[in-house]
Design a binder for this molecule. Sequence first.
Ligand code: GUN
Length: 307
Amino acid sequence: MIANAPTPPIPHIIDGKQTAEDIKAEIALEVAALKAAGKKAPHLAAILVGHDGGSETYVRNKVLACERVGFGSTLLRFEDDITEAELLAQVDDLNRDPEIDGFIVQLPLPAHINPEKVIEAIRPEKDVDGFHPMNIGRMVAGLPALLPATPSGIVELLSRQGIKTSGKHAVVIGRSNIVGTPVSILLAKNLDTANCTVTLCHSRTRNLAEICRTADIVVAAIGRPEFVTADMVRPGAVVIDVGTTRVPDATKKSGYTLKGDVNFAEVAPLASAITPVPGGVGPMTIAMLLLNTLRAAKGEIYPNPAS
Ligand code: GUN
């Protein structure tokens, strides 16, 4: 090495797992206070259809997280030949069940079931995923809403890590309803934790690499392993990796490795801060889902007749 050569900045690896633990500890305190006041514990239900490995892991982690904070939890499992009408009937049962404060239908669903129809059937007050058009609309309008968990988890993670967002250029890659579109809306909001100038890039974007290089904050949410490479990232940028693709790996006991949308080895040395996969955004999604369930139970957004 040449003497006095500038040393690259040491990137800050954002510990989403620890931040999520902090939030869960705060939730657990609130649950204990609710119980001490003679109220029932918040209760989250999850519907899981079929045997997708990723979905099974996510739902298992969501149920375990409920237990950790003192929530009640219910897991309803169905084979992937369940009809749309049968699934809608299950949704209706959960809508009417006073014990259940919030529930999610894990996506993706089998091809013969229309996910929009299922999401629209969930009562907005119990839509703790924040996917119902009522919650999306209220979010866009700046009204109190149950916010989608991954996007609000990203904003919360930036805030709790002390990463300044006001006036920054955030480039979001991917326009899914679950992450890309809502996070672009949240980051642009006139809030202390947002106030970014946002560019939303997608499969038809021209000059994607060039646009990414102008970003102060890159949010990669495309589901393509290691898509974001070093040439796409400005030195000093903050990089948030939402990808969690299972890539076959014979050296692993599970038979796969979880890969993010960012080539971590290449990009981390350039970034001022970066989320790892796993241990970055994923745990925050679960923490925010629990927070939404607590809000639903307390009737913070919509009145809850049971609270
Ligand atoms: N599939 C991938 N992410 C999510 C999520 O946040 N909620 C649900 N319900 N399904 C998903």
